[in-house]
Structures are given as structure tokens and as C-alpha cells.
Design a protein around this ligand. Structure first.
Ligand SMILES: *Cc1c(COP(=O)(O)O)cnc(C)c1O
Length: 425
């Protein structure tokens, strides 16, 4: 059978138009209200909180073969039965792949680690960040629903992914970027065909603009946690990780947390896998959130035992992806941390810079600042005894370091002068 172009680019080797999915309904994450029909566009719940997609997990347990799914080519779209149903023609694909898990042997040796220190490198996805997972799904759903114009505030990586998947899906995208975000970010979005506006405010200020424009312009709001499908896309990170580790959860996952879709999505994946009987050990991962000292609303709420986090004033960090002063889904983030036995800690700006240089030098992995914070988090939690040297720990690098500022210490050599060769010996 000849493959359609869409099938080829996704590496899918079988017709999938008739595949079954198992969504039963959507549910308000705050009140548990379930009166939200699947297969229809949704923003937040009636009280303005994130909606969660729920599945017939018993049916999935009965029908699905995890190893058959994992053996398929085609990156995160291989998990389609575990996601909301999308007609084949509406699936937007840019050649996704599974992202590698890279061991950190030098740092393990230095710290006498008897367990495992691994880094899952999400920078290999289209537009170079894990935001591709969430936005591929959200934009495919938008295309399916006939949504023609979406908008979002972003510090960068989400905007790049939105620009790509919206453009590819024929959906118009308007994107608001704080003017002090890393300069590569808005340029990438423009390159990928989006309408980009830089604002003299932060991501939550952009969020307010988008919210107002929903009424003024008719935009569909794809901000973090304001529509239900980005979390579902991020869920594939947890499914993929478990499969790569032989269907066993690591002891801990360290994840730099902003709006929290990754942490919440991964925890949802592990809970659903446990329910489906897909995990081959009883271990569930401790979910650990790192935040910058300059913007740590989740850590503050965690330390004071709150169920939700408030607004963080004067947020600052060069790790742009975690400069999120207010997380609409903070209750879900804090619940995932609590239910998993995890924790949340702050990292200083200098520690982030040092950890980024350390991973480059010692393991030859160039991470983004957000990703670097997970190494500092790991070391601090080893010191405090929260993590053990025998633990298997997975750090997440969610974006490509090349999009961010890098220090340049290379001297300039005057090649018209005699060369001092001794300096190279
Ligand atoms: C967006 C982003 C984060 C934070 O992600 P959330 O899932 O929204 O908490 C972390 N790292 C990078 C590189 C990002 O782009």
C-alpha cells in the first residue's frame, strides 16, 4: 500500500484513520466537574481552571499492547491511542523523533554515584524544545476543530513550536513576546511565519492581552494550561521515558518548572500507566521541580505548605522558560509534587550558569539554562539526603542552548603579527 505524504513524514507504516481512542470526557482540575464533552473545543473550565482529559483506562488496559506501540516508528505520534482522537488528515507532523537519554558518567564518577544519572535531551525535537510535543497536539486539535486564529504569550520556546505547528496546519498565530526574552526566540517565530509582537511586560501581561483579544478579535487562547491538549502532548514525554527505561519509572525526575505542563503531563502519564498496568515495577518517580531564585512561586508555595501559588513580583531569571510569575495550574503542579513524594527547590542564577558550563565541559552536552538548573538541583538534593547515590535520576533538558546567550571568552589574535606558537603547546 502506498503511503500518504503525511504517513511518510511521520514514519507511520499503517493506515491509522480507523484507530480507536478512549477519551471519555474532560474534567475541571479544581472541582472535578465532568460536564465537558470530548471532541469539542475547550478552553478552561467554567470557573477558569485547567481542564484535564480523562480516558477509559480499563478499555486501554484491555485493548492496547504497550510493546507494539513502542515498536512503531514516528516519535510521539506513535502514542495516538493514548491521546485524544485526531483524524489522520489533521495530524500535523514535522518529523518528530524519540529523544535520547544520555548518561552522565563523568559527574557520576566524581560524585560516587552507584545508581544512575541520566539526562533526557528534549532539544532534539522540531523547533528544538519539548514545547513541540504540546503544541503539535494542541494545533492538530485546533485544525480538527476548524479554529482559524490562535494567540499566545511566550518567553520563547512555546512560541517557536506554536509558530511551526500552526503554520504547517494552516492556522494563523499571533504571538506576544516580552521584549527582554532571548532575541533568537522572536526571530525564530517570524522565520516560521507567525505574527510576532514584542511587549514591554512579562508573560502574564501578554496572557492578559491574549485573554482580552479572545473577545476583541476572536482568537483561540493557547496559553499554558488555558486549553487542555498541550498537557496531553507533554504526557508523551512520560510514556516515552518509561518505555526507554524498560517500562520502569526512575526514582526521581528533575524538571525545571514554569507553567508546569511538563511536570503535570508526565505525572499524568505515570498515573495512567500505573492504572493500565504498564509499569513493571511499583516505583513511581518523585517529581522534583527546580525554579530560579528570581522567580520561584511554586517553591514558595511548596515551602509554606500551600495548595496553590500566587503571583511572584518582579520576576527575574535568564532561564526564560521558567520566568513564569503566575501558574494557572499551580494546584496541579503542587499536587503532582506532593502525590509523588517529590519536592521543589530554588537555584541561583550563578548556579545555573555554572551547571551549564559543567555539563558542557564534563559530559559534552550543551543544555539550556533551564536544563542546567536540574543538575544543581540534583547535587543539592544529594547533599541534603533527599536523593540517594543509589537512585536512578533523570534530569530533563527541555530546550536547545544555542537559542540563549552564551559567554564568549575566546581572545582575538592579530594574524598580521608573527604567531606565538608557544601559547598552543
Ligand atoms: C517552557 C519551558 C520550561 C518550563 O515548562 P513548563 O512545562 O511550562 O513548566 C522549561 N524549560 C524550557 C527550556 C522551556 O522552554
Amino acid at each position: 500500500m502506498a503511503l500518504s505524504q503525511n504517513q511518510q513524514s511521520r514514519g507511520i507504516d499503517q493506515a491509522m484513520s480507523e484507530y480507536k481512542t478512549y477519551v471519555t470526557h474532560l474534567e475541571c482540575s479544581e472541582t472535578g466537574e465532568i460536564d465537558y464533552e470530548a471532541g469539542k473545543p475547550h478552553g478552561t473550565s467554567r470557573i477558569g481552571k485547567p481542564l484535564m482529559v480523562r480516558y477509559d483506562l480499563a478499555g486501554m488496559k484491555r485493548d492496547l499492547d504497550k510493546n507494539e506501540i513502542w515498536a512503531r516508528p514516528g516519535g510521539f505520534w506513535k502514542w495516538r491511542e493514548c491521546l485524544p482522537h485526531i483524524d489522520e488528515d489533521n495530524i500535523i507532523s514535522l518529523g518528530e523523533d524519540d529523544t535520547p537519554i544520555i548518561p552522565c558518567p563523568t559527574i557520576m564518577r566524581e560524585l560516587d554515584i552507584t545508581g544512575d544519572l541520566l539526562l533526557k535531551d528534549e532539544s532534539r525535537l522540531p523547533t528544538y524544545s519539548f514545547k513541540a510535543r504540546g503544541l503539535a497536539l494542541a494545533m492538530s486539535m485546533a485544525k480538527q476543530f476548524g479554529i482559524s486564529h490562535v494567540a499566545m504569550p511566550t518567553n520563547g520556546n512555546a512560541g517557536g513550536a506554536l509558530a511551526a505547528y500552526a503554520n504547517r496546519g494552516g492556522v494563523r498565530a499571533t504571538i506576544f513576546v516580552p521584549q527582554d526574552a532571548p532575541p533568537t526566540m522572536p526571530r525564530e517565530m517570524q522565520m516560521l511565519g507567525s505574527e510576532v509582537i514584542r511587549i514591554n511586560g512579562m508573560i502574564n501581561d501578554g496572557g492578559k492581552l491574549v485573554g482580552d483579544g479572545v473577545n476583541q478579535v476572536g482568537w483561540f487562547d493557547v496559553s499554558t494550561q488555558r486549553e487542555p491538549y498541550r498537557i496531553e502532548g507533554k504526557k508523551t514525554m512520560g510514556l516515552e521515558l518509561a518505555a526507554q527505561l524498560g517500562w520502569k519509572a526512575p526514582d526521581a525526575i528533575i524538571y525545571s518548572t514554569g507553567g508546569g505542563t511538563g511536570l503535570v503531563g508526565m505525572w499524568k502519564a505515570f498515573e495512567e500507566m500505573r492504572e493500565m498496568g504498564w509499569l513493571e515495577s511499583d516505583t513511581m518517580p518523585k517529581m522534583i521541580a527546580t525554579q530560579s531564585e528570581g522567580c520561584a512561586p511554586i517553591v514558595k508555595a511548596w515551602d509554606s505548605g500551600e495548595d496553590t501559588a500566587g503571583l511572584w513580583d518582579n520576576a527575574f531569571t535568564h532561564a526564560a522558560g521558567i520566568r513564569v510569575p503566575f501558574a494557572l495550574g499551580s494546584r496541579l503542579i503542587l499536587k503532582a509534587i506532593r502525590d509523588s513524594g517529590g519536592t521543589a527547590i530554588t537555584i541561583s542564577e550563578q548556579e545555573i550558569i555554572d551547571a551549564r558550563i559543567e555539563l558542557g565541559k564534563k559530559e559534552a552536552i550543551h543544555v539550556c539554562p533551564e536544563g542546567a538548573s536540574t543538575l544543581t538541583g540534583y547535587k543539592k538534593l544529594l547533599d541534603s539526603g533527599f536523593l540517594k547515590k543509589s537512585d536512578r535520576v533523570v534530569m530533563f533538558n527541555c530546550g536547545n542552548g544555542l537559542k540563549y546567550d552564551m559567554e564568549d571568552r575566546a581572545p582575538i589574535m592579530d594574524i598580521k603579527q608573527p604567531i606565538d606558537w608557544d601559547q598552543f603547546k
